[in-house]
Design a protein around this ligand. Structure first.
Ligand code: NAD
Length: 436
């Protein structure tokens, strides 16, 4: 059993801390957000992640998991300090390192015994060295023994616990192999492949992985747009491609594109890093352009089908950036809603988890209690996020509620022939017409 401190109680930090405690380690989770910590102390989670509330409760009750805002308390006697704070984008695309720097400064201030600092935040290549420099600079000759290990996280919101407990691989980067192996020990129970490499390579693996996944989605979206102009069906194209073992089927679903707290900022940050070193990341730039264009195209499709958007009512199903999360950071739905509102439409929406956050982000968005209320008097319905609850709706009821008949299935989840037969003007992404 190890003693671990996890800094940051967001999607990554809270899942990491809770899962480590569930594996038998003694974990203190720290956050500078006192409301978060206070809530966690009373069993109120700051985020929605399936299964997490119960796992937190179990491990708190077992005495293995606790929460604090105090660095001195969190770092007391721990062997490892995991940094899992946010690294959002600056306006120029560069990763904003202020939270990482703050966390490192606080660690340095409270460092009184040897420790391994493990960086789980997604950080620019070279940050591991920077962390080490910052600590030595701050503490000088009195610095206790410490080392820095990069341990990028690959979990996905919505399936974070399962992803953490069953990783495809654990990547560890360090200038100190012994420390990397000590971090590997923490994961031993998971029986996952462990890759130990140098610091910068580990940091790069995370960016390259996210950029590749984003590229696959933008690739299939570009193919979808070509399919539309040529009368082919991208769903079948994707299925046919995915059966090729060299290609595989994951991340090949055409739709409104990617969003969230990772892909957008990580592709931007990688592009920034490349550009500042004199490289020309043309592919990454195209990947981002295609992605944004999917949102614009969705608005254009609605406008074309409705003969303009002024005064029209659009119902939007799904607001979070993907299903099973309440995270709305860079959600395609929200960008599309902003464009619709700007074009003079009224927008009413529903999401199983992301309603209040969406309303705070876009006050003009009307919230509804369920999908059928979203359809009420709508000229068009847009499926933006493919929550399971939207997969089998009663379309007779939807049709009766709607004023118009336009459906834009932004994730290609519905049976287009069925909806067409029912009299809807069905629009998908990368779909051929109905041939009348
Ligand atoms: P988040 O925004 O949900 O949470 C970050 C937390 O850190 C917040 O609670 C904030 O209050 C806290 N914090 C900020 N500064 C602090 C400080 N100095 N000391 C203590 N706490 C501090 O972020 P997240 O989504 O969990 O992402 C964290 C990191 O993990 C990012 O670098 C992200 O790119 C990476 N990552 C995220 C995901 C994901 O799916 N969200 C997946 C893999 C990697």
């Amino acid at each position: 059993m190890a003693k671990i401190c996890v800094i940051g109680t967001g999607y990554v930090g809270l899942v990491t801390g809770t899962c480590f405690s569930d594996m038998g380690h003694q974990v203190v989770c720290l956050d500078i957000d006192a409301d978060r910590v206070n809530g966690l102390k009373h069993g109120v989670l700051p985020i929605y992640e399936p299964g997490l509330e119960q796992l937190v409760e179990q491990n708190v009750n077992a005495g293995r998991l606790s929460f604090t805002t105090e660095y001195a308390e969190a770092l007391h006697n721990v062997d490892y300090a995991f940094i899992a704070v946010g690294t959002p984008s600056n306006d120029n695309g560069e990763a904003d390192m202020r939270y990482v720097r703050m966390a490192v400064t606080s660690i340095a201030e409270n460092l009184v015994h040897p420790i391994i600092i493990v960086n789980k935040s997604t950080v620019p290549v070279g940050t591991g060295d920077l962390v080490a420099d910052m600590i030595v600079h701050q503490n000088g000759k009195t610095t206790p023994k410490f080392s820095v290990v990069s341990n990028p996280e690959f979990l996905r919101e919505g399936s974070a616990i399962n992803d953490f407990m069953n990783p495809d691989r654990v990547v560890l980067g360090s200038t100190n192999r012994d420390s990397a192996e000590k971090v590997a020990d923490l994961y031993e129970a998971l029986r996952a492949p462990i890759m130990i490499t140098d610091l910068r390579t580990a940091e790069m693996i995370k960016y390259a992985s996210n950029a590749f996944l984003a590229t696959r989605i933008s690739f299939i979206n570009e193919i979808a747009n070509i399919c539309e102009s040529l009368g082919a069906d991208v769903k079948e194209v994707s299925r046919g491609m995915g059966m090729d073992k060299r290609i595989g089927s994951s991340f090949l679903d055409a739709g409104l594109g990617w969003g969230g707290s990772c892909f957008p900022k990580d592709v931007k940050a990688l592009t920034f890093m490349a550009a500042t070193r004199g490289a020309h990341p043309q592919l990454l730039q195209a990947v981002m352009d295609i992605n944004f264009n999917q949102r614009v195209r969705a608005v254009e499709k609605l406008s074309n089908a409705l003969g303009g958007l002024q005064g029209k009512t659009i119902g939007v199903l799904g607001l979070s950036f993907k299903p099973n999360t309440d995270d709305i950071r860079d959600a395609p739905a929200l960008d599309i809603i902003r464009m619709l509102l700007e074009a003079g439409a009224n927008v009413q929406g529903y999401d199983p988890q992301a309603m209040q956050a969406s309303k705070s982000a876009i006050p003009d968005l009307e919230l509804c209690d369920n999908p059928y209320e979203v359809a009420q008097d709508a000229d068009a319905l847009l499926l933006a996020t493919e929550w399971n609850a939207f997969k089998s709706l009663n379309f007779e009821k939807i049709k009766a509620a709607m004023q118009g008949n336009v459906i834009l299935d932004g994730r290609n989840i519905w049976d287009r022939f069925e909806l067409h037969k029912m009299g809807f003007n069905y629009l998908g992404i990368g779909m051929p017409g109905f041939g009348e």
